[in-house]
Design a protein around this ligand. Structure first.
Ligand SMILES: Cc1cc2nc3c(=O)[nH]c(=O)nc-3n(C[C@H](O)[C@H](O)[C@H](O)COP(=O)(O)O)c2cc1C
Length: 378
């Protein structure tokens, strides 16, 4: 299974083509749109999210509500396009009131992208580098989650830390949906929202950490046989490719450097099949799922666009100047958590579809359930 997306942040639409989804999968479009809505919410988002009301429109690859096995084409319109039409239309020629952006923002893709592609206007970089692209990951991930649900595989995501505020007390996963910052703690949510307000007043931005959990994954997805087949590496690579993600860890991750081996390894026991007494490795051994829940954390840096701009240089005059200001978010961690969850769902679905017979959804379900019976008997 693979997908490709095309689209600009302020262009007409994001277009997505997905190939390799088994036939006969009933598609619940409402669920896709619910996930898109979750990507847009969160305390600390900018005005853009008040304009956009993302709705996926499936154009082909689905008939009578079910996948046909052919490539699926999906579009999500950008409502913001109407305000940028004059220059965002692909063959725009009336540029009388258009000002090219000459000053790159530190932390964004602006400068390096302009050098690499020989652009004299930063817009040509950030229109694609922007996280608007993650709409495509959520659409594809939402379809994948519909496959995973049929296999009883559940995904969950939440925000663990915003600007150093973490969920140390009153940890309660049922609070995630209620929290405006998607944190599983009322105390941490309130503190994080206060910090976001203060940060906005200071015209600054915040980063943080999100966590994804996947339960009931069959043991042995992925493989140890080559670097390319290791599933933890594939998931890490995909999550790292999300805009502003700066690190990924599984299980206890970097903390493992402080453990002795006797404290680190997940001891093996047998209760109606093989299991582990702990999950320090976050569900992976040898690049394969261990059967324990997948636990992934990802760290997101503070958003590059600041309302109190940092120092930069005009690419034409080479004069020192304040960097470009573009309407921006203060904190995107709730959205980042949803994007991470869908990215992980995509990689797990790809692994399942690669490993098991999957022309039809019925074949995939049969193959996975038979394999799970075998792993229980082993
Ligand atoms: C959901 C989400 C929303 C984002 N919104 C903004 C934004 O409003 N302004 C901004 O400067 N960067 C934003 N970013 C981050 C930039 O897109 C990102 O830092 C930039 O593309 C450079 O990529 P890198 O940080 O991975 O190096 C956002 C990232 C995510 C995940």
């Amino acid at each position: 299974m693979r997908y490709i997306s095309s689209g600009h942040s302020h262009g007409e639409q994001i277009t997505i083509i997905i190939e390799g989804i088994p036939s006969n999968l009933s598609i619940d479009i409402k669920k896709i749109n619910e996930e898109l809505k979750k990507r847009q919410k969160g305390y600390g988002r900018g005005q853009r999210m008040q304009i956009e009301h993302d709705q996926a429109q499936i154009l082909s690859g689905v008939l009578f509500g079910k996948t046909t096995g052919a490539p699926i084409a999906v579009v999500v319109k950008n409502k913001d396009y109407q305000f940028h039409l004059q220059y965002m239309e692909p063959f725009a020629h009336d540029l009388t009131n258009y000002n090219p952006i000459k000053v790159p923002r530190p932390g964004h893709a602006d400068l390096v992208g302009a050098i690499k592609y020989n652009f004299r206007d930063m817009r040509l970089v950030f229109e694609r580098a922007s996280a608007r692209e993650t709409v495509s990951r959520v659409v594809v991930g939402a379809i994948c989650k519909q496959i995973l649900a049929l296999l009883n595989i559940e995904t969950l995501s939440y925000v663990k830390n915003i600007g150093g505020i973490s969920c140390k007390i009153d940890f309660d996963k049922t609070y995630i949906e209620k929290s405006l910052v998607s944190m599983p703690s009322k105390t941490a949510s309130e503190k994080a929202m206060e910090l976001i307000d203060e940060t906005m007043l200071k015209r600054d931005t915040l980063g943080g950490i999100c966590q994804v959990e996947v339960n009931n994954v069959p043991v042995g997805l992925g493989s140890f046989v080559t670097d390319e087949t290791k599933l933890d590496a594939k998931i890490a690579s995909s999550v790292m490719s999300i805009q502003s993600c700066k690190g990924v860890e599984f299980g206890d991750g970097f903390e493992l450097s402080n453990y002795f081996g006797s404290q680190a390894h997940d001891e093996i026991s047998y209760e109606d099949g093989f299991t582990r007494q702990s999950n320090h490795y976050g569900g992976f051994e040898g690049g394969m799922t261990s059967g324990m829940p997948i636990i992934l954390k990802a760290v997101f840096k503070p958003i590059p666009t600041l309302m109190q701009p940092l120092q930069s240089v005009n690419i034409d005059t080479k004069a020192k100047t304040a960097s470009h200001i573009e309407r921006s978010d203060v904190c995107v961690l709730p959205a980042a958590a949803i994007i991470c969850e869908h990215t992980v769902a995509i990689e797990i679905t790809k692994a399942l579809i690669t490993q098991f017979t999957s022309d039809t959804i019925e074949q995939l379900i049969d193959a996975v359930f038979n394999y799970q019976k075998y792993t229980k008997r082993f």
